[in-house]
Each structure stands twice: as C-alpha cells, then as structure tokens.
Design a protein around this ligand. Structure first.
Ligand SMILES: Cc1cc2nc3c(=O)[nH]c(=O)nc-3n(C[C@H](O)[C@H](O)[C@H](O)COP(=O)(O)O)c2cc1C
Length: 208
C-alpha cells in the first residue's frame, strides 16, 4: 500500500501515524500553574532526544482549538515532571487524560498521590517508580501547511532523577522488567514489555 498522508482526513492520518510509530513511551506529565494549581496528563508524543544534556521532548496538540494545560503551565513556569508509567499505575494515567477545566485536580481524579519534587515545583506521582524532574529549554511550534500551529514541542532538560531503589543498580543500571513500562499504540491500544534480548553491536570492518 502506498499512502500520501495529505490525502487522508485528519482522524485517519492520526491513526495511521500513531499506528506506525509504535510502541511509544508515555510521559505522564505533572505541571503547576503560576498560582500553584497542579495538573497531570499523559503524553505519548514523547521522546529522549539527548543524554548530554539530558533532554526530553513532549509534543502537545490542541483541544477544540485551544492550548492544553500542560503547555500553558510549562510555558508559564518553565518546569515539569515526567512520571514513568508502569502497568501498576495505568488506570490512574488513563483517568488523568480526562478533559477538564484548568483548575481540576487530576491527581485526585486519578486517585494518585502528589509528593514533593526535589528541585522543581510540580509534584511527582508517588505511585510511579521513576520520575524525571525537568526545566523547559525551548518550545517549538509545529505549523500546518496553512501556517496554523497544530502542536507545540516542549524541550525540557532533566535536572533530577528519582528511581525506585529496588529497580536500580548504581551507577546507572535500571531494571527494565521491574519498571514494567506501558507504551501507547494507536487508538485505545497499549503495549506492555514483551521479550527482552541483547544484540551485540557490529564490528567495524577492517579498512581495505
Ligand atoms: C496514553 C495517552 C497519550 C496521550 N498523548 C498525547 C500527546 O502526545 N499529545 C497530546 O496533545 N495529547 C495526548 N493525549 C491526550 C491528553 O492527555 C489530553 O488531551 C489531556 O486532557 C490533556 O490534559 P492537560 O490539558 O491537562 O494538559 C494522550 C492521552 C492518553 C490517554
């Protein structure tokens, strides 16, 4: 099948793209607004773009043509926390995606516990097994053909990391099986960790 994505209507294009870029890790992002009201929402347009400096991106779309709270808060305060989504917290993650007013407390709605972060203001989800505290470094608009801004990509520098002691062997080894991350597929689909395997890197061929 050959597909020009420009010929698809928006929903089909979304399902095609999100069906092919899989599995996507989920950033469960906590932020606060300038008055300190907390916000929590999942984002699977999420990725690690650099380890030096340690930098993640989260891409935030629009809701009924309006900015989402995560973007507004990240822009206003310059801070966010990525809570890692393990299978044990997947229902809370899903509940926190509810579309709600900016002052709605998604921690309470999702039945999870806010706990203080070390260096940023947004609280962490206590039930998550790892957290990345981060400061916003750039917000890059993604324009459609007609110049309308469809998404904003938030770049954020990780300034502090929390990992459950049981999952961590110093100085850097994380037990991926124990972390039990959940990933997003298209539509309502999710994936959990399947088979794990190592793959030795290829030898550099000798110069001829
Ligand atoms: C697993 C999952 C992943 C999501 N990923 C994204 C995403 O990458 N970008 C986006 O704009 N919305 C995404 N959403 C939808 C937002 O979570 C939803 O619009 C939420 O209400 C935004 O909340 P906020 O306004 O508090 O930021 C996702 C929802 C779920 C359940």
């Amino acid at each position: 099948m050959e597909i020009d994505p420009a010929t698809l209507e928006a929903r089909s294009r979304h399902l095609l793209m999100t069906g092919l870029v899989v599995p996507r890790p989920i950033a469960w992002v906590s932020t606060v607004d300038q008055a300190g009201a907390v916000n929590l929402a999942p984002y699977s347009f999420f990725g690690l773009v650099s380890s030096a400096p340690p930098t993640v991106i989260v891409s935030v779309g629009k809701r009924a043509g309006r900015e989402k709270d995560t973007l507004a808060n990240a822009r206003a305060t310059g801070e966010l926390v990525v809570n890692v989504v393990s299978r044990a917290v997947v229902d809370g993650m899903n509940a926190s995606s509810v579309e709600s007013a900016p002052d709605h407390d998604e921690f309470a709605f999702a039945g999870v516990t806010p706990t203080a972060s070390r260096v940023v203001r947004p609280p962490r989800v206590a039930e998550a097994r790892a957290h990345l505290e981060a400061r916003v470094t750039q917000i890059v608009p993604v324009e459609d053909d007609d110049g309308t801004v469809a998404n904003h990509v938030i770049f954020a520098r990780v300034v502090h990391v929390h990992v459950d002691d049981a999952l961590f062997t110093p100085p850097h080894r994380v037990d991926a099986r124990g972390l039990d991350p959940v990933a997003r597929l298209a539509g309502l689909g999710y994936a959990a960790m399947g088979d794990l395997f190592d793959l030795p890197r290829p030898e550099t061929p000798p110069a001829t």
